[in-house]
Design a protein around this ligand. Structure first.
Ligand code: FAD
Length: 537
């Protein structure tokens, strides 16, 4: 087993991870950053583009107001205020790191030649990666964390496997969880394939509760043509773009949402996604770009579509909503601290900013504001606690032996794997989309739980025959646990709110459900309680 020691371990190399590492290394402490792939690769950050933050036309009060309105009463108010207060400072820091951000409607976008078709996220991650590589932080790509090490109630490090199969024990005085969300647990999603909610399960297994996992945001405009990937149609949308049903009738007008596509996509994704999803049960839904002037196709974002062989310019094409973002996650305070001393979290893995639905552009700002805060707090934590708190019975040798035994358990080979892990993952993703997709209902939710139980039995029988299976088995276990949590949480919430829709309880019920849902793992079972949401002003 490989053993490493550091002061601060950052798990994840999307925007939250990179910025927390850059901030932490300013303290002069040893920082280690790792991710499943190379820095920035396989991250949802690489797909993103817009930051919502204060600018001369969008005040702090505006930012707080639109975030709370979109979140429908379930946001953590202190986090929303921090987001709005520190958003511009985060933009300034990004600019200092060399990311050229310019003002746009309610925030900032990358200043780039319009004719370049590369995604904005890829471009700004490249700048940040170079910055990180030029600094003092150690970078370890290709390592997947399987467990956080918590001893005596405090974080001690993490355990994982390199993609070549070598187990790693990493001792660290502070750990920052920046593992992103879980959109790819669904069959229809626009996330990177490896974004499977690892961080949520790491936190649950470390004894932390998760909040509001049942709130999952869909993006309304995602390709649904059979031979194309589920690629998101990026804003801004041309005034000539239209949403049509099979009869060629305009759907935006019929949806009841207020405003044009570019306004709606910021704060009414929930309503539009729901409308389109339900409309798609009766008729195919098409996006029509045939009237868009030629010049627009040379510019971002349409020049991204232009690279495809598909005739986007010549005929309307099929779209359908797809899972985009997880509002739920790990509870943090305004400094990114979790309830486990020494463990911090930032980015999509964290909960609280968005409430029941996310305002567009707030995820990147959240990564920036709370990523930097987590980096600073982790450094302060290490400085203030030092080595003094390591319990005497936790000698390096004891810890090594313990995790060597654990590594052997993960690697145990046995007969009995009748299923191919990839087929099982597909089955789980289908189940997620069908039963905990955009619309949920008591009968199907119960049916989903029954079906999941039989899939869980099949997952249990999988033993890793290859290094690849080792990772797939973990993915299967994580995905089934998260699906179970969302099924159970959805069954209990007998209302509709934001991105959460119950077909059998269509209305928002503030009298009974102005509450956050708390998920805990007890003896490998999900336990759910509720607590009142943070009060309105
Ligand atoms: C198509 C698309 C477009 C979007 N556009 C926008 C936008 O314009 N504006 C906006 O605000 N938001 C947008 N979002 C949302 C936003 O991109 C994400 O919420 C945000 O980038 C998440 O960043 P993160 O750093 O938390 O995680 P990610 O960027 O997803 O990074 C997660 C990291 O964690 C690592 N990791 C995960 N599990 C493990 C493990 N077990 N061990 C080791 N490493 C692990 C991964 O390898 C990766 O490095 C978009 C999302 C999508 C899908």
């Amino acid at each position: 087993m490989e053993e490493l020691t550091t002061d601060i371990l950052v798990i994840g190399s999307g925007l939250a991870g990179i910025l927390s590492a850059l901030e932490a290394e300013r303290s002069g402490l040893h920082v280690l950053v790792l991710g499943k792939f190379a820095i920035g690769m396989g991250t949802n950050t690489s797909l993103a583009s817009t930051f919502t933050a204060v600018n001369p036309r969008f005040s702090k009060q505006d930012h707080v107001r639109v975030t709370l309105e979109t979140g429908r009463g379930l946001n953590q108010r202190s986090l929303v205020t921090t987001l709005a207060e520190n958003g511009f400072e985060a933009i300034e820091t990004l600019r200092r790191y060399g990311v050229p951000l310019v003002e746009t409607g309610r925030g900032y976008v990358l200043d780039r030649p319009e004719t370049i078709s590369q995604l904005a996220g890829v471009l700004f991650l490249r700048i940040l990666r170079e910055r990180l590589e030029g600094g003092s932080a150690r970078i370890l790509p290709g390592l997947t964390i399987f467990d956080l090490i918590v001893e005596d109630g405090k974080i001690r490090g993490a355990f994982g496997f390199h993609r070549d199969g070598r187990p790693y024990l990493i001792r660290s005085k502070a750990v920052i969880l920046a593992t992103g969300g879980a959109g790819a647990i669904y069959r229809r999603n626009d996330n990177q394939r490896s974004i499977l909610g690892d961080g949520y399960v790491l936190a649950l297994k470390a004894g932390l509760p998760l909040y509001d996992l049942e709130f999952v945001q869909c993006y309304p405009f995602v390709l649904a043509e059979p031979r194309l990937s589920t690629f998101i149609l990026y804003p801004p949308y041309s005034n000539e773009a239209r949403l049509l049903n099979e009869q060629g009738e305009g759907l935006l007008e019929a949806s009841g949402v207020q405003g044009n596509m570019n306004q709606v996509i910021l704060n009414q994704r929930d309503r539009l996604s729901l409308f389109l999803y339900e409309a798609s049960q009766k008729s195919d839904i098409f996006f029509d770009l045939t009237r868009v002037p030629d010049g627009d196709w040379e510019r971002y974002p349409l020049n991204v579509l232009k690279k495809s062989k598909f005739p986007f310019r010549e005929r309307p094409f099929l779209i359908l909503p797809a899972v985009h973002f997880f509002m739920g996650g790990v509870e943090i305070d305004v400094e990114g601290k979790t309830a486990v001393p020494g463990l911090f979290a930032a980015g999509e893995v964290a909960w609280g900013v968005h409430g029941a639905n996310r305002h567009g552009g707030n995820a990147l700002t959240e990564c920036a504001v709370f990523g930097m805060a987590a980096g600073r707090s982790a450094a302060e934590h290490v400085r203030s606690t030092g080595e003094a708190q390591i319990p005497s019975d936790l000698s390096p040798e004891t810890l090594r032996q313990k995790w060597e035994r654990k590594a052997n358990r993960y690697l145990k080979k046995r007969r009995g794997a009748f299923d191919h892990p990839q087929d099982l993952l597909k089955d789980l993703k289908h189940l997620a989309w069908k039963y905990i997709g955009p619309v949920r209902e008591e009968g199907p939710l119960k049916e989903g739980l029954e079906l999941l139980a039989s899939l869980e039995t099949r997952v249990e029988r999988i033993y890793p025959a290859t290094v690849g299976d080792l990772f797939r088995k973990k993915d299967l276990e994580n995905v089934s646990l998260l699906i179970k949590a969302i099924l159970k949480g959805s069954l209990l919430r007998t209302e509709s709110r934001g991105a959460f829709c119950r077909k059998d309880f269509r209305n928002q019920d503030d009298q009974n459900w102005l509450k956050n849902t708390c998920y805990r793992l007890k003896k490998m079972e999900i336990e759910i309680t509720h607590r009142p949401a943070s009060p309105s002003p």
